[in-house]
Structure formats: structure tokens, C-alpha cells
Design a protein around this ligand. Structure first.
Ligand code: WQD
Length: 344
């Protein structure tokens, strides 16, 4: 059974990916410093798959601890690197936290890989690297534009570091996955999105408003050049996203990748506006969302959605879930969280 290291594996996308890896028979080791996630996520993973992954509470920025971790967990066949700070707004306020955490952790892993004979690397990137694309839907060969935030810049620089490292040493093989907007939760409602504090992202704010945790959702602008004036994004079910990571690992392990670095857009190919998301959520949940239109948020781009053809054809991956099912899963998860906090 191949052993996979998942950094950030107790996070939102990481935990869902661990479940799908275990469903496919992989052995998983999670490294996470729990700075933006909760150790209880391991219970959720175990409830779903019956397997509790090995867990190391380590900060990937800590080279020595990571070196010891590789000594302890021999025969890791591939790394999926999620561990990073990911809030666009926060990155503008705390750029050095983002540059240090997101880039030093990546450099540590790339330096340790040849030492510990680990050659396969899946990198968690983002559609943010495209900025506001000139052509939509956006393909992988679209120009990379000036990053709109330090967060987006760490993803751009991260991709360049991977390309340059692999160019210097063909030992490595890597797949870069550019996520669009991950939302939703596992059907079991045992794991889902668990933002610390006030959510930065749209969906958790919508579900927390619907359940009464938040008074009102602010919609950041309705004066964009879009049909209803609100921003458009490509919202993808987190389980669909997780399954793409399993296919990426299999591709690397089977040596199927046709070059040492491949990049894939992971999106549905469907753009939806903020107001459409709210409207669809209200239909699916039967709950009215209290929102008001406010000014634009700094750093927001107007509209982006993926052309997922390359991932469909080469990775053999397609986003299957409908937006209704995705929003329903997010709502069921929020309701489950509310039940749990009442019983605690
Ligand atoms: C979506 C839309 C907001 C909150 C970022 C990163 C991306 C990924 C997800 C990590 C925008 C609007 C939001 C709110 C709102 N990061 N909105 N009210 O900014 O598209 O993507 O987070 O995985 O890499 O770039 O996601 O959910 O913050 O915003 O109106 O309270 O919802 O203006 O149009 P974003 P988001």
C-alpha cells in the first residue's frame, strides 16, 4: 500500500483528500500545525473510513522536525502539500506571515525530498494566479498576471520554485493543481469547512448567516460588469476537488505524467455570481439569507471560471456534483455543527 504524506491534512481540502486517499487504499500520514484546523477532524476521517491516519503535529516551516518526520515515516511515495495560509484579505495585512509560511514550508519539502528519496509532489495552487483573465473560461496556458494579493503571489512564486527546482534536478516529478472556489462538505457531514473566527470566504458566511450565527451577509459589490452586478466564480464541490488529488497521485506513481511538471485547472467550467449562489442556497435550504450590498472588497477580481478540458482529458477527472447538491452539503454540515455545539 503506497504511503502518502498530506501536509495540511486536517484542513478543509486536506481532510477531504485524506478520506478519498484512504478510500482508494492509500496509507496516509498527516502533518499539520493545527494553526487553522482542529485535531477533532481526525475523528471525522476515522468515522468515515474506519481508518485513523497517522498524525504529526509539526509546522512545515520547521526543517529539523520535518527531517525527523521523514526519518520516522519511511517509504513515503508522494507528498500532497496543502499546508499554507490562504486568506486573501489577511495576506494583505500580514504579508510576511504569508511569504514565510507558504514559501519556507514549500522550500523545506523540496529540499528534503531527494534526501529521503521522495520524488512525487502535488502542489496546491489556485486560480488566483491568473488575476483577472482576459479570456474566459480560463485555460492553463493563460498568462499569469500580477498577483492581486500576497496570498496569490505566494502561489505564483511557489509554482516558479517548483519549475526551477525540477529544471535543475529531474529527480522530482510534480503536478500543480489550480483550484477554483472549493465549497461544500462530505455527504456524511462528519467533515467540512471549519473557518477559525469570522469567515473570509463566501460559503461559510452564507451558512453561518442562515443558521443564525451571523446577523447579516455583506455582498461585496453589485456594480461589476456581470449580469447581476455581483462577482462571478467557479464553485467546485470539495469532494470533487479531493478526488482530483487521488488521480494526480496515481498519475505520478504510475509514471504516466508526460513531463516532469504538469498543471491542471480544477473547476466545473460554470461561473456563478454571488447573488446566484445566495438565491440557489435559499432554494436548496428553504432558508432566507439576510444580506446587504456593500462596497467592493479590495483585491477581488470581477469574474473567473475554468476551462477544465485539460484535466478532463489528461487527468481523467470531471467535477460531478451539481451546485444544488454542493450547497445542500454545506448547509447539512452547518446544521450538524450547530447540533454538535449544542450537545457539548
Ligand atoms: C467569493 C466571492 C467575494 C465573502 C479566495 C482565494 C482562493 C481560495 C478561496 C483558498 C467574491 C464574495 C465573499 C463575503 C462576499 N482560497 N464575498 N461576501 O476571494 O474568490 O477566493 O478564497 O482556497 O484561492 O483567492 O473566495 O469566497 O472569499 O469570495 O460578497 O462575506 O464572494 O467578493 O466575489 P475568493 P471568497
Amino acid at each position: 500500500m503506497s504511503k502518502i504524506l498530506v501536509t495540511g491534512g486536517t484542513g478543509f481540502i486536506g481532510s477531504h483528500t485524506v478520506v478519498e486517499l484512504q478510500n482508494e487504499g492509500f496509507e496516509v500520514v498527516i502533518v499539520d500545525n493545527l494553526s487553522n484546523s482542529n485535531i477533532d477532524v481526525l475523528n471525522g476521517i476515522e468515522k468515515i473510513t474506519g481508518i485513523r491516519p497517522a498524525f504529526e503535529n509539526i509546522d512545515c516551516v520547521d526543517y529539523v522536525s520535518m527531517d525527523r518526520m521523514f526519518e520516522k515515516h519511511k517509504d513515503i511515495q508522494a507528498i500532497i502539500h496543502f499546508a499554507a495560509n490562504k486568506a486573501v484579505g489577511e495576506s494583505v495585512e500580514k504579508p510576511l506571515l504569508y511569504y514565510r509560511n507558504n514559501l519556507v514550508s514549500l522550500i523545506n519539502l523540496l529540499q528534503l525530498m531527494p534526501i529521503h528519496k521522495v520524488k512525487n509532489f502535488v502542489f496546491s495552487s489556485s486560480c488566483t494566479v491568473y488575476g483577472q483573465p482576459d479570456i474566459l473560461p480560463v485555460t492553463e496556458d493563460a498568462p499569469i498576471k500580477l498577483a492581486m494579493s500576497p496570498y496569490g503571489n505566494t502561489k505564483q512564486i511557489g509554482e516558479e520554485i517548483i519549475h526551477d527546482t525540477i529544471h535543475s534536478n529531474p529527480f522530482y516529478r510534480s503536478i500543480i493543481l489550480r483550484y477554483f472556489n472549493p465549497i461544500g462538505a462530505h455527504a456524511s457531514a462528519e467533515i467540512g469547512e471549519l473557518p477559525n473566527g469570522v469567515p473570509n470566504n463566501l460559503l461559510p458566511f452564507v451558512t453561518q448567516t442562515a443558521i443564525g450565527l451571523r446577523k447579516q451577509l455583506s455582498v461585496f459589490g453589485d456594480d461589476y460588469n456581470t449580469p447581476d452586478g455581483s462577482c462571478i466564480r467557479d464553485y467546485i464541490h470539495v469532494v470533487d476537488l479531493a478526488k482530483a488529488h487521488v488521480l494526480a497521485v496515481k498519475r505520478l506513481l504510475n509514471e504516466d505524467a508526460n513531463t516532469n511538471v504538469e498543471t491542471f485547472n480544477l473547476g466545473t467550467g460554470r461561473g456563478l455570481s454571488v447573488l446566484e449562489i445566495i438565491e440557489t442556497f435559499e432554494k436548496v435550504s428553504g432558508v432566507k439569507v439576510n444580506y446587504k450590498i456593500v462596497g467592493r472588497r479590495e483585491g477581488d477580481i470581477e469574474k473567473v471560471w475554468a476551462d477544465p478540458t485539460y484535466a478532463n482529458e489528461v487527468l481523467g477527472w470531471t467535477a460531478n456534483e451539481t451546485v444544488e447538491e454542493t450547497l445542500r452539503s454545506a448547509w447539512v454540515w452547518e446544521q450538524n455543527l450547530a447540533k454538535r455545539s449544542k450537545s457539548e
